[in-house]
Design a protein around this ligand. Structure first.
Ligand code: PTJ
Length: 275
């Protein structure tokens, strides 16, 4: 299906199409499509735009990635399908290593995702021969590389599950998540939760990384100024404001006929008065 560019939800529909295509190729799992649907619902609430608190978190995250000794970006099926090129560009800008790490891990999926990343320009992608386990995780997501997520001091984990985010924080790492759901366990547990759509977030991270690289003093200030709870709280306030705004719109629409009636009555009365 070709989606017309003029469609108000063009970007979102293109992302959905891309994921379905990747699912047919065995890159994305069925659960990945369900996750996308959940993400879309939140994004709809945010107006399908990056909200101000997310921009603040993205800037802080970029500053932390730049300050890392060993920055690593974790890539799963959805991330590869939606933003392979952008992830590779971000990894270059920092610089960071990339590790393919899957919740629903199979060798064939890892290979496919490594190939997608290499085609997007990545070199030395980790993931095929894990040599460490993240403590406290039962699933195959525990499998990791000493040079990758396991040994990193700062990890970017887009579309993560709560268990691993929690385990990585327990290991003392700075965990940067990207998840549109501000209530998810991942957003609750990450050191810097970014509540934004993945492709927008990765592009912003790259932009902020380049900007802060040129201004190290500002990068230090941004790292110090970031407050996790204040930032998440600002996100919740945005949701409250948006719902109130929508409700007011409804009330106004309901009131309009009554107002019209009142206007007509006034008009009639004015007419009578003139007679
Ligand atoms: O490729 P695999 O095997 O590693 O599996 C990947 C999935 C995504 C299936 C797996 O990590 C998973 O089940 O994740 P969850 O627990 O469903 O969490 C995904 C979260 O990402 C949800 O809270 C969604 O709201 C959010 N999400 C979905 N799409 C996007 C998103 N957040 C940002 N941008 C998106 N495009």
């Amino acid at each position: 299906m070709t989606i017309p560019r003029s469609h108000p939800r063009y970007e979102s529909l293109v992302r959905r199409e891309r994921l379905v295509r990747a699912w047919k190729q065995g890159v994305v799992v069925l659960e990945g499509l369900v996750a996308q649907g959940r993400g879309e619902a939140w994004d709809y609430l945010f107006g399908e735009e990056t909200i101000a608190p997310a921009l603040v978190a993205e800037r802080a995250a970029a500053a932390h990635l730049l300050a890392a000794s060993r920055a690593v970006i974790s890539v799963n099926g959805n991330v590869a399908a939606l933003a392979a090129r952008e992830v590779v560009q971000l990894a270059r800008a920092i610089p960071a290593r990339i590790e393919v790490n899957l919740f629903h891990r199979t060798e064939s999926r890892v290979k496919k995702i490594v190939r997608i990343l290499e085609r997007a320009g990545a070199r030395n992608v980790l993931g095929l021969r894990p040599n460490a386990r993240i403590p406290g995780i039962e699933s195959k997501r525990a499998l990791s590389h000493r040079d990758g997520v396991f040994g990193a001091d700062v990890v970017l984990v887009p579309l993560e599950d709560g268990d691993r985010a929690e385990a990585l924080v327990r290991m003392g790492k700075v965990v940067i998540s990207v998840d549109l759901n501000p209530l998810s366990r991942t957003s609750q547990r990450a050191t810097i939760p970014i509540v934004d759509e993945l492709t927008r977030a990765i592009l912003n991270l790259k932009k902020f990384s380049e900007e802060l690289k040129a201004n190290p003093e500002e990068a230090v200030r941004v790292r110090r100024a970031y407050r996790r709870s204040g930032n998440l709280g600002a996100g919740y306030s945005f949701v409250e404001w948006r719902l109130r705004h929508l409700r007011r719109g409804l009330v106004r629409r309901e009131k309009r006929p009554a107002a019209k009636k009142r206007k007509r009555a006034t008009h009639r009365a004015a007419g009578r008065h003139r007679q």
